[in-house]
Design a protein around this ligand. Structure first.
Ligand SMILES: [Mg+2]
Length: 320
């Protein structure tokens, strides 16, 4: 373990260094508080033995500055001839962990350093447990927002994403789009080739859609065989083009059936654009996309319908 000795008195520095080195510690010494602070900033010292009175920063000031730093815990020991109780209190309140009277008594100093090592071991254990906990928490957060089959965002993270896009659009005045895609005749794949193959089809379609979407937006599993994308900063033209790009990407897939033959596959797509000048909620935007998707199915599937389409009526589920 590396110990930093800070003392403006040369004799004390030499004596301390010699003693500590004899006990197996690696020692660096400085003769003022500012150099001590710089050395601690370097991150290699976990124990500091500091004098009270010294140029630059005095001992308690050094303690305060070290406690303001982030990073691994540094054990601070004040070594001084100021032995009154008010000095002890001031030193400890400034952030010192321990207080040793000068001239130091070697057996006491040695025992106190053992305490320092024990303290640092506990601090390190705590820090590593906290890291593990933080990692576990972020993994839990990922699991809670990810669809396990498709490895894309689930319904919950879609709801967060659209609320976020809605808020951004209101602030920036730039609309966003929702693209809802549903695999045509998906039930046939499940019924004829089993659910494992159905899962495979879903994964292939999700993959194709993520690729086609690129950086234009984010894809989520909305439910069953429905996938939904939120695309920020869209206008009617760009959103229609995006919907068409997603539809075409699925049509161009080469889906091999378990029998070895290639099957055609398609999606029906409904899109809706949020115009920030309109006072509607994001749920209404979703309802519009849903109504457009329904229309695409009705018109024969494998097509894109953008809200508002001819004969479109406000979805009955929405509040206006
Ligand atoms: Mg001094």
């Amino acid at each position: 373990m590396k110990i930093l000795v800070a003392d403006d008195d040369r004799t004390t520095r030499v004596l301390l260094t010699r003693t500590l080195v004899a006990w197996g510690y690696e020692v660096t010494s400085v003769d003022n508080g500012l150099d001590a602070l710089e050395a601690v900033r370097g991150g290699q010292f976990r124990v500091v033995l500091s004098d009270w009175e010294m140029p630059g920063l005095h001992g308690p000031e050094l303690c305060v500055r070290v406690r303001e730093m982030s990073g691994p815990y540094v054990y601070l020991m004040l070594l001084t001839s100021h032995g009154t109780s008010s000095h002890v209190v001031e030193g400890l309140e400034a952030g010192a962990d321990d207080y040793i009277a000068k001239p130091f008594d070697p057996p006491v100093l040695r025992a106190r350093l053992t305490v320092a090592r024990r303290h640092l071991a506990l601090q390190d254990e705590l820090a590593s447990k906290n890291n593990e906990l933080a990692r576990a928490n972020s993994e839990l957060a990922r699991i809670a927002t990810t669809d396990p089959l498709l490895d894309i965002g689930n319904r919950r993270s879609f709801e967060d994403a659209i609320a976020h896009a809605h808020g951004n659009a209101r602030r920036s005045g730039m609309g966003y789009g929702v693209v809802l895609a549903d695999i045509d005749h998906f039930k046939r794949f499940n019924d004829r080739h089993g659910h494992t193959f159905g899962d495979h089809v879903l994964k292939c379609v999700a993959h194709a859609l993520v690729d086609a979407l690129g950086t234009a937006g984010q894809l989520f599993r909305y439910g069953g065989e429905e996938l939904i994308a939120v695309a920020p900063e869209q206008n009617a033209g760009s959103l229609a083009a995006l919907g068409e790009r997603l539809r075409a990407a699925v049509e161009q897939m080469h889906l091999e059936l378990p029998t070895g033959t290639l099957s055609s596959i398609s999606v029906s797509v409904g899109t809706a654009l949020f115009d920030p000048t309109e006072a509607i909620s994001c749920q209404v935007v979703i309802d519009f996309a849903d109504a457009s998707l329904y229309q695409a199915k009705k018109l024969g599937r494998n097509r894109v319908v953008c809200w508002p389409f001819d004969d479109a009526r406000p979805p009955h589920t929405s509040q206006f």
